[in-house]
Ligand binder design. Structure first.
Ligand SMILES: Cc1ncc(COP(=O)(O)O)c(C=O)c1O
Length: 464
């Protein structure tokens, strides 16, 4: 038996295989969240970088009960292959979950997938040739960026404001593409509590987006992992519900409402698209885990899921508020951030001249992490922004995490002040602030989401 050499991949090892790699791999990039996970796994690190639900809230006794019930009922089935499209009981559970958000769906229009991430991959696999255009939001889900890159898509990112994607800008872009004889393969949107920006697409914009899809016969990928995690305000209809099953592909997942560990998500789509995705899935993994699908089915049959959702919403609402308060206390007056009505993320933008990729290295040395804004763009924008997660750590750690981030931000600002001659005093520390001035928006960065503080944030800041 030959022994394997331990240690890291050497440059000469890479050289040996490089000529075998497909041209596609040149476009592949790793996911910053995945990379960060290795660094943030240490218990002393306060990670606001992940998109992790707090799985410690799931009672261990319930888990044991569900697993043993499933084993008694269906050991042989749980250990067997299943159909590519997913087992019937899970598709029934999905119909119920979508109904809870006011969306009717036929179980036959559903493909169960290995997490929501697989839907993004399968949609690209089904629709995208190298050089094809995908339209996405600016910023977009950082986990979709490596997928779009791997399929060699040209991604055009449309700016957002507090009502979500700017549909007027989308229309201008579609007009321009039309003139160039190009048709985007799909429009990718996360309408509820967007990852990473935290904003929600307004009802009129949803209506207009669906109308555009119909008028121009364009597909829309509606990515909705967070719709049920609403902490305030009224739910809005899904694009899928508005569309009537013609041009919207819906992505759902159990990751944030039950567990990302089960790796069960789904797509609901027009049949011809779904059939192609099914073939694509079969070639990728034959079927999603029967074992975890049966666990999901057992969980929904037990009938407790809505009570658990109430618990999660109460917990995350509290954490969101703590994060908002901490940002007001520790970030400089020129910073701005979003105030999400649900979901897991806040998008914060720092004063010009700061770079969150550089800041991350410093933050990590103080054992705190966030996702730098550039991860949410394909064109290098987002350098002054960061994504902050509030679901994965408790309130005390959230406070401490933001305090440390505030410290590195202020140190960096002081350094910048001494290098550029800008008076550091021009950037007041929290204790020196009187009232909240509106953050300045650099016109060159106007296509990066900068949202002014809301009234309640301003008043919190002045009282802090
Ligand atoms: C917008 C969005 N889409 C898709 C996914 C992937 O979901 P899953 O963990 O079910 O693969 C995530 C996960 O964070 C997400 O935020």
């Amino acid at each position: 038996m030959t022994s394997r050499r331990p240690g890291r991949t050497q440059a000469r090892d890479l050289e040996r295989y490089a000529s075998l790699f497909s041209s596609r791999t040149q476009n592949m990039r790793s996911s910053p969240m995945r990379d960060l996970m290795a660094l943030t796994a240490r218990p002393e690190v306060i990670s606001l970088a992940g998109g992790l639900p707090d799985t410690s809230t799931f009672p261990a006794e319930d888990f044991a009960k569900l697993m043993s019930h499933m084993a008694v009922k269906a050991t042989a089935r749980a250990l067997q292959y299943g159909p590519t499209e997913g087992i019937d009981e899970v598709r029934e559970a999905i119909v119920r979950v979508m109904a809870a958000e006011g969306t009717d769906v036929d179980g036959d229009d559903i493909l169960v997938t290995t997490g929501g991430q697989q839907v993004i991959d399968l949609v690209c696999k089904t629709l995208v040739d190298p050089g094809d255009v995908i339209i996405a939001e600016a910023p977009t889900y950082p986990g979709a960026v490596p997928t779009f890159s791997a399929y060699q898509a040209e991604v055009i990112q449309i700016e957002m404001d507090e009502d979500g994607m700017r549909i007027d800008v989308l229309e201008e872009t579609l007009e321009r593409l039309d003139r160039e004889g190009r048709r985007p393969k799909f429009i990718y949107t996360i309408p509820n509590f967007q990852n990473p920006a935290g904003v929600t697409m307004s009802a009129p914009r949803r209506r207009r987006l669906v109308d555009i899809a119909h008028e121009r016969e364009l597909l829309v990928l509606e990515d909705n992992p967070y719709g049920l995690l609403r902490y305030e305000g009224e739910p809005l209809p899904s694009l899928y519900a508005m569309d009537g099953g013609e041009f919207v592909i819906y992505l759902g997942t159990f990751s944030k409402i039950l567990s990302p560990g089960v790796r069960v998500g789904w797509a609901a789509a027009p049949r011809p698209v779904l059939q192609r995705m099914n073939i694509g899935k079969a070639s990728a993994d034959l079927c999603s885990s029967t074992l975890t699908q049966l666990f999901v089915a057992e969980y929904f049959a037990a009938g407790q899921w809505e009570a658990y959702m109430d618990e999660l919403r109460a917990l995350y609402r509290g954490r969101r508020d703590v994060l908002l308060e901490s940002l007001a206390k520790h970030l400089p007056a020129e910073a701005s951030w979003t105030r999400p009505e649900g979901g897991l993320f806040i998008w914060a933008t720092l004063p010009d001249g700061l770079d969150t990729t550089d800041l991350l290295a410093k933050a990590l040395s103080r054992n705190v992490a966030f996702v730098p804004g550039r991860a949410a763009f394909l064109d290098g924008r987002g350098g002054t922004s960061m994504r902050l997660n509030f679901s994965g750590v408790d309130e005390d750690r959230l406070r401490e995490g933001v305090r440390r981030i505030g410290e590195v931000v202020h140190e960096q600002l002081d350094l910048l002040g001494s290098l550029t001659g800008r008076r550091p005093g021009a950037i007041p520390r929290p204790s020196e602030r009187a009232t909240g001035a509106e953050p300045r928006v650099d016109p060159a960065l106007a296509d990066v989401l900068h949202l002014p503080r809301r009234e309640d944030d301003a008043s919190r800041r002045s009282s802090s």
